[in-house]
Design a binder for this molecule. Structure first.
Ligand code: FEO
Length: 409
């Protein structure tokens, strides 16, 4: 039997150390990584997260050194990405009666990913607890850290937080505990935060508020070191790194509206940005607009929203005159977003995007958003049919908030 790796009384590490150069989110993890899974050998034996989909067999073998998989009662899936849920099919095929514990969205995704429609799921809501016979797990939903379905688990008796990806680092180590690290692990911890968590900075702050209420002695994440030496320091570090900067960010909204619907979108965008503390100006690109003044406002903004109604498959007003100027301006690192109301096919936002694609601004489209944040439910440009109703206003607001978050992160 391999050496047992004890995390707490009756709690063991049963993960996998992946010391290859691991492809991950368009990066190569030069130091490899670990997939940390935990077995709590309570009266109702419980597994918290699994391992990468490539190592399901090795995972079940390791687990079997402690317990017959058939005896496992609960499998907690904090996050469905396959580097943590990938061992679930192999485990679930042995632990046939085990209940899978996850969020509502997590259950939906797991059923589709692994054809688990006939398995029993326990759906978790924020603050729920689960008695596993001798230990109690408390759960918190942590959406967008870093995907929408994510939750974390806290063992009340052991004072251990199991936050899956959060507080992780990508290092393939058999030492596993931060007090045993042979090198300074802080740079890897911070790089991981910046790459994976920081794009979701406001959600990190939401998570910190929940975690600060807990008495945490150990943080047992699902990649890299288990943080049992000064765990609080790592919570404080996330808190610090995710705080909004003091620098005031500016946005500009330039629009042409035919009936007033695109103007309404512009106003909703401005309100949402204002709530994020972003100083926002609006310019109506009508016949009287001064192009030089608009160019100056563009230069002074960090994000520019260009909006137009669609009329005869094209933009309206003076917006095109402004867009024509952009390719000769240095607008590097500014964010650019197209929006507009339309009645039939909404060509104007696409024409705006054609112009923006010829600048050195970062054009926000759906592809950019998925790659930057993993949010596959955010669609850009912002296209609204006719007059924005409640549902559309919510969509506009959320889109603007996400751009605001990108600006202040
Ligand atoms: Fe470690 Fe989001 O997977």
């Amino acid at each position: 039997m391999n050496k047992q790796i004890k995390v707490a009384d009756k709690s063991y590490w049963v993960g996998y150390v992946d010391d290859r150069k691991v492809p991950f989110h368009r990066l190569i993890l030069e130091k490899g990584t670990t997939y940390n899974s935990y077995l709590l050998m309570t009266e109702k034996p419980t597994v918290i997260d699994t391992v990468d989909i490539s190592f399901g067999r090795q995972f079940v073998e390791r687990l079997s050194q402690y317990i017959k998989p058939e005896e496992i009662k609960f499998i907690i899936i904090n996050h469905v990405e396959p580097d943590h849920s990938g061992g679930l099919p192999a485990l679930a095929s042995k632990a046939k009666d085990a209940v899978i514990v996850t969020t509502e969205l997590g259950a939906k995704e797991l059923k589709e990913m692994y054809k688990l429609h006939n398995r029993k799921f326990l759906i978790i809501k924020d603050g729920d607890t689960l008695d596993i016979g001798g230990k109690t797990l408390k759960f918190f939903e942590t959406p967008y850290l870093h995907t929408e379905e994510t939750m974390i688990a806290y063992c009340i008796e052991d004072k251990i937080l199991y936050p899956c990806d959060i507080f992780s680092s990508h290092v393939a180590t058999y030492d596993l505990f931060n007090d045993l690290a042979k090198e300074d692990m802080i740079p890897d911890f911070e790089i991981y935060y910046k790459l994976i968590m920081h794009p979701h900075r406001p959600y990190v702050q939401d998570m910190i508020k929940k975690v600060k209420e807990l008495d945490i002695e150990v943080i047992a994440p699902s990649h890299g070191y288990i943080l049992r030496n000064n765990a609080q320091r790592f919570v404080d570090s996330y808190d610090e790194m995710s705080k909004a900067s003091d620098e005031i960010k500016k946005a500009l909204i330039v629009f042409s509206s035919m009936t007033g619907n695109t103007k309404r979108i512009a106003n909703h965008i401005a309100n949402a940005l204002g709530e994020k503390g972003i100083v926002t100006d609006i310019i109506d690109a009508n016949d009287k607009v001064n192009i030089d003044e608009v160019k100056e406002a563009i230069i002074n903004a960090d994000a520019i929203f260009f909006g137009s109604s669609t009329r005869y498959a094209d933009m309206v007003g003076k917006l095109e005159d402004i867009l024509k100027e952009l390719k000769n301006m240095d607008l590097e690192s500014k964010l650019a977003v197209a929006f507009g109301s339309y009645g039939w096919s909404g060509e104007a936002v696409e024409v705006i995007n054609d112009y923006l694609n010829n600048t050195n601004m970062k054009l926000i489209d759906t592809s950019y958003m998925i790659k930057k944040t993993g949010m596959e439910d955010m669609n850009f440009p912002i296209r609204i049919k006719f007059n924005p109703g409640d549902e559309e206003i919510e969509k506009i607001t959320r889109s603007a908030q996400v751009i605001g978050d990108l600006l202040i992160s």
